[in-house]
Design a protein around this ligand. Structure first.
Ligand code: ADP
Ligand code: TZD
Ligand code: MG
Length: 569
C-alpha cells in the first residue's frame, strides 16, 4: 500500500480490489479503461501492478487467457460495462473452452436501474449474460465482500479443470468506504488454489494393466498436459514406456518435435492402427474425430488422464479413466511401472518410425524448393530454421492454411512455446496472445498470421509498439481467406467474399506506430528480416507475399464445410 493509503483511516472499493489482487500475487492486468474502471487502472499502475492497456477488450481478454495458460495463475482482464464487457466475453468463453484460467472483471451500472430496466448508461444484466458462458460468475455488492469475491474467482478459475470466471463489480462499489483496518482483515490470500488431486491407486493399476497388455500402444499429449507444468515427469514417462507419442498442437514441444519417439509425421497411421491409446489432458473432441470413425480405424481401448471426471466417456467408452492432476497421475504411473517396464514390440515402433522418416524426407524436399512467389512451405521453412536456433521463442499461430502448414512444419523444442487457435479454431487470438507471451515471459514472440486472421486483432500492433514488445508478426499475405483467387460469379464490381485488397502492405501498419515494417517477397528477405527482429527485439511486422493460389479451402478441415445440394450433383 502507498503511504497515502496507510495514512487514511478509511479505505475504498478501488483499493480493496487492488490490495486483494496483489495479495494473491497478481502482477499484471490487461484492460481497456473507461467508466467506471478508469481510476482502477490508474491506481493499479500506481501500486506497481503492470497495466497493459489494449485497443479492444477481446484482445485484452485473449491476453489474460494466454497469461493464465502460461503461468498457472488466472490472467486478469478488466473492462467497462455492457459493450466493453461483451467484447471481453468472447475471450472469456474461449478461455473456458480451452480450459485456461482467467478472470474477466467488468464494471457495471447501477443495479437498481438495471434491474428495473430504466435505461442506465451502458445498462446490462452482465452477471446473467456471463453465467452460461464461463465456469463461474460472481457479483460483489459490498466493499467488505471484495476479498471473498476475488478469492472465489481465483479458486474457481484454477481448481479442477481451469476456466474463465466473471466478476461483476458495480460502479457504486468502487466508491464505498470502510474502516481501513477492517478492510485489511477482510482480504483473503488464497491458500493452494489448485490443490493436487491424487489418482486412486486402483485406477493407476487398472491403467497400467491395460497398457502392459498393449501390442500397439500410443500416447497422446494435449494442452492440459502442457498447462500442468509436469514437463520433466511427462518426458520421463514417455521415455520409460518407449511408446510413440503424438502431441496436440499446443502440446508440441513438451518433448522436442525431433524426439525419436515422436509419431507426428505418421499421425494417420498411428491413430488408425493403435490398440491402446493413453490420453494425457486431451479431449476426444472434433480435433480427434471424437475418438471414432475412419480416422481411428480398428477397435481400440482408451486410458484417459484428466482432472475432470465428467470428461470420461464423453465420446466413446473409456476403459481406464485416471482422474487426478497430470503431475500426480504421471508420478503415480512412474512409480507403478517399476524398473523393468517392457518397451512396445519393435514391429509396431519400427513401422511407425519408418513411415515417419519417409514422410519427413518428403517434406524436407518440398521445404528446399524456393518458388517465386513464396508458398507456405518455403516461407515456413525459413521460420522453422529461426525457431530451431531460438527454441525459447514463443510461436503464436492462426489462420487456415497458415495454421495447418505451420503446425506441421515448424518444430517446437520446449514446453508451452506454441499458442494457437485452440479448441474452437478461433481467429483473432493473434495479437492478444502475442502481447501476453511477450509480457509474461520476456522472450521473443513470432506470430505466424494468415492475412485474414491478422485482421481480427491487427490494431493491437499499436499496443505492441507502445510497450515496445519483442514481437515479430509475419503476415502470410495470400490476398484473402484461404486463397486470393475467388471471383464474383455475377461479374459485378464487388470482389468475392473471401478476397481482400490485392498486394496490401500490412508492414505499413507497423511503421505507422514506429515499429519496423518489412515487405518480403523472397525467402532471403524473410529470413533476414526475421533474424533481425528476433535479435533486436524491436516490434516488427513482415508482410510475406505468398502465392495467392497455394492454399486450399479451410486448410485441412475442408470436409467440415456443408455441401450445397447443387454442388453435390
Ligand atoms: P487438446 O486441444 O490439446 O487436445 P483439450 O483442451 O481438448 O486439449 O484437453 C485439455 C484437457 O486437460 C481437459 O479435459 C482438461 O480437463 C484437462 N486438464 C487441464 N488441466 C489439467 C491438469 N492440471 N491435470 C489433468 N487434466 C487437466
Ligand atoms: N471468425 C472467427 C472468429 N473464427 C473463425 N475461425 C472464422 C471466422 C472462420 N475462419 C477460419 O476458420 S480460418 C479464417 C476464417 C475467417 C481465415 C483464413 O484465412 P487466413 O489464412 O488468411 O487467415 P490462409 O492462410 O489464407 O488460409
Ligand atoms: Mg490468407
Amino acid at each position: 500500500m502507498t503511504n497515502d493509503t496507510e495514512s487514511r483511516d478509511q479505505t475504498d472499493g478501488f483499493h480493496l480490489v487492488i490490495d486483494t489482487l496483489k495479495l494473491n500475487g497478481i502482477d499484471t492486468i490487461f484492460c481497456v479503461p473507461g467508466i467506471p474502471i478508469t481510476d482502477l487502472t490508474r491506481m493499479a499502475q500506481a501500486e506497481a501492478i503492470r497495466v497493459i492497456s489494449f485497443r479492444h477488450e477481446q484482445h485484452a481478454g485473449n491476453a489474460a487467457a494466454a497469461a493464465g495458460f502460461l503461468t498457472e495463475k488466472p490472467g486478469i482482464c478488466l473492462t467497462v460495462s455492457a459493450p466493453g464487457f461483451l467484447n471481453g466475453l468472447t475471450a472469456l468463453a474461449n478461455a473456458t473452452t480451452n480450459c485456461f484460467p482467467m478472470i474477466l472483471i467488468s464494471g457495471s451500472s447501477e443495479r437498481e436501474i438495471v434491474d428495473l430496466q430504466q435505461g442506465d448508461y451502458e445498462e446490462m444484466d452482465q452477471l446473467a449474460i456471463a453465467k452460461p458462458l464461463c465456469k463461474a460468475a460472481f457479483r460483489v455488492l459490498h466493499a467488505e465482500d471484495i476479498g471473498v469475491g476475488i478469492a472465489r474467482a481465483i479458486r474457481s478459475a484454477l481448481s479442477g479443470r481451469p476456466g474463465g470466471v466473471y466478476l461483476d463489480l458495480p460502479s457504486k462499489l468502487f466508491a464505498q468506504t470502510m474502516d481501513a483496518d477492517a478492510g485489511k482483515k477482510s482480504l483473503i490470500k488464497v491458500v493452494d488454489p489448485a490443490p493436487r488431486q491424487l489418482p486412486a491407486p486402483d485406477l493407476v493399476q487398472r491403467a497400467l494393466a491395460l497398457l502392459k497388455g498393449a501390442k500397439r500402444p500410443l500416447i497422446l499429449l494435449g494442452k492440459g498436459a502442457a498447462y500442468a507444468q509436469a514437463d520433466a515427469d511427462i518426458r520421463a514417462l514417455v521415455e520409460k514406456t518407449g511408446i510413440p507419442y503424438l502431441p496436440m498442437s499446443m502440446a508440441k514441444g513438451l518433448l522436442p518435435d525431433t524426439h525419436e519417439q515422436s509419431a507426428s509425421a505418421a499421425r494417420s497411421y498411428v491413430l488408425a492402427e493403435a490398440d491402446v491409446v493413453m490420453l494425457f489432458g486431451a479431449r476426444l473432441n472434433w480435433l480427434l474425430s471424437h475418438g471414432k470413425g475412419k480416422t481411428w480405424g480398428g477397435p481400440k481401448q482408451f486410458i484417459q488422464i484428466d482432472i475432470a471426471p465428467t470428461e470420461i466417456d464423453s465420446n466413446v467408452a473409456i476403459a481406464a479413466p485416471l482422474i487426478g492432476d497430470i503431475g500426480s497421475c504421471v508420478s503415480a504411473l512412474l512409480v507403478g511401472m517399476g524398473s523393468n517396464w517392457e518397451k512396445p514390440p519393435a514391429e509396431w515402433t519400427g513401422a511407425i518410425y519408418e513411415r515417419r522418416d519417409k514422410n519427413l524426407a518428403k517434406m524436407a524436399a518440398t521445404l528446399e524448393l524456393n518458388p517465386s512467389p513464396m508458398n507456405f512451405h518455403s516461407a515456413l521453412g525459413v521460420i522453422r530454421n529461426v525457431v530451431k536456433a531460438r527454441p525459447d521463442a514463443i510461436v503464436v499461430n492462426e489462420g487456415a492454411n497458415t495454421l495447418d502448414f505451420a503446425r506441421s512444419i515448424v518444430d517446437m523444442y520446449e514446453p508451452r512455446k506454441r499458442l494457437d487457435v485452440g479448441t474452437w479454431g478461433i481467429m483473432g487470438i493473434g495479437m492478444g496472445y502475442a502481447v501476453a507471451a511477450a509480457v509474461v515471459t520476456g522472450k521473443p514472440v513470432i506470430a505466424i498470421e494468415g492475412d485474414s486472421a491478422f485482421g481480427f486483432s491487427g490494431m493491437e500492433v499499436e499496443t505492441i509498439c507502445r510497450y515496445n514488445l519483442p514481437v515479430c508478426v509475419i503476415v502470410f499475405n495470400n490476398n484473402g481467406i484461404y486463397r486470393g483467387i475467388d471471383v464474383n460469379p455475377t461479374g459485378g464490381p464487388d470482389v468475392a467474399p473471401t478476397v481482400f485488397v490485392k498486394g496490401a502492405r500490412y508492414d505499413k501498419m507497423m511503421e505507422a506506430f514506429g515499429g519496423v515494417g518489412v515487405h518480403a517477397t523472397t525467402t532471403a528477405e524473410l529470413a533476414k528480416a526475421l533474424k533481425e527482429a528476433v535479435a533486436s527485439g524491436k516490434p516488427t511486422l513482415i508482410n510475406a507475399v505468398i502465392d495467392e493460389t497455394a492454399g486450399t479451402e479451410s486448410g485441412r478441415i475442408t470436409s467440415l464445410n456443408p455441401q450445397s445440394a447443387a454442388k453435390k450433383k
